[in-house]
Design a protein around this ligand. Structure first.
Ligand code: 13P
Ligand code: 13P
Ligand code: MG
Ligand code: MG
Length: 371
């Protein structure tokens, strides 16, 4: 049976700053998706939050980019936005960049990760949702899961993973994509995806036709859509696990580093990524540290069996401690690079205004001291 898993998210307002989605918004979204489930539009759903981002996980048989599913997500976000306005929540409607729906939420503010596949007898999946960071934050862990045997030994010892994977990388600046095959083209892949704000891993495919798609990441970049800073493009991803694909442990291992990502305060800083359980899915210190939650499910004819709150585990305590040490260290740099992003990467900055005010005070540079 062909099943589509759609994870669509938007920040439609949050409590006490960009901290956390209000439970009433979660309820509004649940009601909306429950109605759609009763009508048979979707098979199943799970609503959760990643910090201030409302996450709609849905299963159905309509394929990716389906107008009915996208409209359902869009209308659900509008209902939640109304509730956010009623409660005077902060930044109500933040990611609702357009008012007229035209068949697809892509380019309208929400982030989307969707995949369609033939459901296996046992179909373990994990959905990841991050707050206060950008889609490129997934480049490093996705690379390590699907191409680095020091993270995923299955690449060596599992006969099917041994053949490697196909990666689709999007250039979000020029709006084009390329497919690269690992391990053969690993260095070319790395040459691109190390630049996490431009080249973003969108899909990973097994080289075995019967398995098909392995991973998908949302690649929407709000600032590129809106032409101005409108909040970080807090990303989501879906990864299938086991039986010719990475074991769940081979996937989760990639998040034990606490790698540095772009995000945190005002979307303008580098900070380490903190893996957290849902109860800690709220950004506090320095509007961060950027956080990620991971929920594990099995599918049963599209029904979501789970979730397992995968980072709710002492196995990640050390990563969390390490992340807080790195946070202290990098915070000590204050408004200096490389804690603060480079001038070109800053999502919003007063620099143009400062330069305007100082423009008449610049003098030609002289190599000799004195006036
Ligand atoms: P089991 O033998 O427990 O099924 O585990 C196999 C596996 O892939 C562990 O990583
Ligand atoms: P969000 O993108 O999560 O809304 O955060 C915006 C921000 O500027 C936090 O400091
Ligand atoms: Mg916000
Ligand atoms: Mg957010």
């Amino acid at each position: 049976m062909k099943i589509t898993v759609s994870l669509i998210k938007a920040d439609v307002g949050s409590v006490a700053g960009h901290v956390r989605v209000h439970p009433e918004l979660i309820n509004v979204a649940k009601q909306s998706l429950e109605e759609a489930k009763k009508k048979g539009i979707i098979i199943d759903y799970y609503v959760f939050n990643a910090g201030d981002d409302l996450e709609l996980l849905m299963t159905h048989t309509k394929g990716v980019d389906n107008p009915t599913i996208h409209e359902l997500a869009w209308n659900t976000f509008l209902k939640a936005k109304e509730k956010a306005e009623e409660l005077h929540l902060y930044a109500a409607g933040q990611d609702i960049l357009s008012t007229a729906f035209s068949g697809n939420v892509r380019g309208m503010g929400p982030g989307v990760a969707e995949m369609e596949f033939e459901e296996r007898k046992a179909e373990p999946i994990v959905v990841f949702a991050a707050d206060k960071t950008e889609p490129g934050a997934f480049n490093l862990p996705i690379f390590r899961i699907f191409a680095d045997p020091f993270c995923n030994p299955g690449l060596i010892i599992d006969p099917r993973q041994h053949d490697g994977y196909r990666f689709v990388v999007v250039d979000v600046i020029e709006g084009k994509q390329i497919e690269l095959s690992t391990p053969e083209e690993m260095y070319d892949l790395l040459a691109l995806i190390g630049h996490t704000s431009r080249y973003i891993i969108k899909y990973v495919y097994s080289k075995h036709e019967d398995i098909g798609i392995a991973a998908v990441v949302s690649t929407e970049r709000l600032s590129l859509i809106a032409g101005r800073y409108v909040g970080k493009d807090d990303p989501v991803a879906i990864i299938r696990a086991q039986h010719g694909l990475p074991a769940m442990g081979e996937i989760l291992e990639a998040f034990a580093t606490g790698h540095l990502v772009k995000g945190a305060l005002r979307g303008s800083h580098h900070a380490p990524l903190l893996p957290v359980p849902l109860k800690y899915s709220q950004c506090t210190r320095f509007d961060g540290p950027p956080r990620i939650v991971g929920l594990g499910f099995c599918l049963a004819n599209g029904k979501l069996i789970g979730p397992i709150d995968l980072f709710d585990d002492p196995a990640f305590d050390w990563t969390r401690m390490k992340v807080m040490q790195i946070m202290d260290y990098i915070r000590a740099h204050g408004p200096f690079e490389p804690h603060m992003l480079s001038e070109q990467e800053m999502e919003y900055t007063t620099l143009p205004k400062v330069l305007e005010r100082l423009k008449d005070r610049w003098k030609p540079y002289k190599s000799t001291p004195g006036k």
